[in-house]
Design a protein around this ligand. Structure first.
Ligand code: F6P
Length: 342
């Protein structure tokens, strides 16, 4: 069996560990692999290279993706869709293993419905894919946020300031809640729960009145004030899947807090730092388990499926089920986090 492997969407630590696991297990099963460059774009441009035992050597701890990635939507128009299907035939691929988030796997779902064999591996540091308990990359992002919060605590306390820390999380505040819980945030703001500026300032003032003259606020990039009625964006341009570039809520909050409370406030945007560097041990193991099972699914002819973590078991679910809806932060977890607010 000849299998194409691609990574699509935003990169995240653990992608290379999946590629390594797919190829290592697949070679044992007698399969052959093509690495498709830059996500679906590589299939439109026929940009592929063999993945061999040698080319995947040393990948386990390496961040990024040796295949490159892009946010190309190959089904955007009829011409590209035709080019894509023709090229898949031209290359003689029996199956494509797509490693990606909602958008990349959405394409894999559609291709499967069009008669092309696909298997999905869930990836997003946002951890917002509904069919799996965890995506790899998330744990690494949380550990980076936690370390940043530890460091920001000392300088914020020394200057008696408020520090607003903006983290990733477009539609779901998983990184904010996990990172904020682990790093002892005094307030966590998430997209699922629009915030109220009076309440935010109330928390800062209350802490000051109680003798705590610094505050750390973690905000997910997709969080927004009730009165704004929608996310704060960098610009209005949309990517191929219709997403705007988020960013700016941290700066907005810092300015508002300082203006309303008179307390010196700074903001930090952790941005792509959260996606860079080596995966944690948890993510390396999860990525490896996903990769092994994904290639085994292909070998067993179980197409249109995605590997997923349920409890401590790797299972497989239909790609359609997996790409249906966003997994938002559960209320119980946010309740626990909020016990420590103020
Ligand atoms: O989807 C994952 C993610 O990291 C989001 O949290 C973030 O909004 C986005 O990607 C950033 O994308 P880009 O790499 O295009 O700046």
């Amino acid at each position: 069996m000849y299998v194409g492997v691609l990574t699509g969407g935003g990169d995240c630590p653990g992608l290379n560990a999946v590629i390594r696991a797919v190829v290592r297990r697949g070679l044992q099963l007698g399969m052959k692999f093509a690495g498709i460059r830059d996500g679906w774009k590589g299939l439109l441009e026929l940009s592929v290279a063999p993945l061999t035992r040698e080319s995947i050597s040393g990948l386990l701890p390496r961040g990024g993706t040796i295949l490159g990635t892009s946010r190309t939507n190959p089904l955007k128009n009829k011409e590209d869709t035709e080019k894509l299907t023709t090229n898949i035939k031209k290359l003689g691929l029996d199956c494509i293993i797509a490693i990606g988030g909602d958008d990349t796997l959405g394409v894999a779902t559609k291709l499967y419905k069009m008669g092309i064999n696909t298997v999905g591996v869930p990836k997003t540091i946002d951890n917002d894919l509904s069919a799996t308990d965890f995506t790899f990359g998330f744990d690494t992002a949380v550990s980076i946020v936690t370390e940043a919060l530890d460091r920001l605590h000392t300088t914020t306390e020394a200057h008696h300031r408020v520090m607003v820390v903006e983290v990733m999380g477009r539609h779901a505040g998983w990184i904010a809640v996990y990172g904020g819980l682990a790093g002892g945030a005094d307030l966590i703001l998430i997209p699922e729960k629009p915030f109220n500026m009076d309440e935010v300032c109330g928390v800062v003032r209350k802490r000051r009145n109680e003798g705590k003259n610094f505050s750390i606020i973690v905000v997910a990039e997709g969080a927004y004030p009730e009165e704004a009625g929608g996310m704060i964006t960098k610009d209005t341009e949309l990517d191929a899947f219709g997403h705007v570039r988020l960013g700016g809520v941290g700066e907005f909050l810092a300015k508002e807090i300082e203006a309303r409370t008179g307390i010196e406030t700074r903001h930090v945007v952790l941005g792509h730092l959260q996606r860079g560097g080596s995966p944690t041990a948890f993510d390396r193991i999860l990525a490896t388990r996903y990769g092994v099972r994904a290639v085994e699914l292909a070998h067993e002819g179980k197409f249109g499926r995605m590997v997923a973590l349920r409890g401590n078991q790797i299972v497989d679910v239909s790609l359609e089920e997996a790409t249906g809806e966003t997994k938002t932060v559960n209320q119980e977890l946010y309740r626990i986090a909020s016990i420590f607010f103020g």
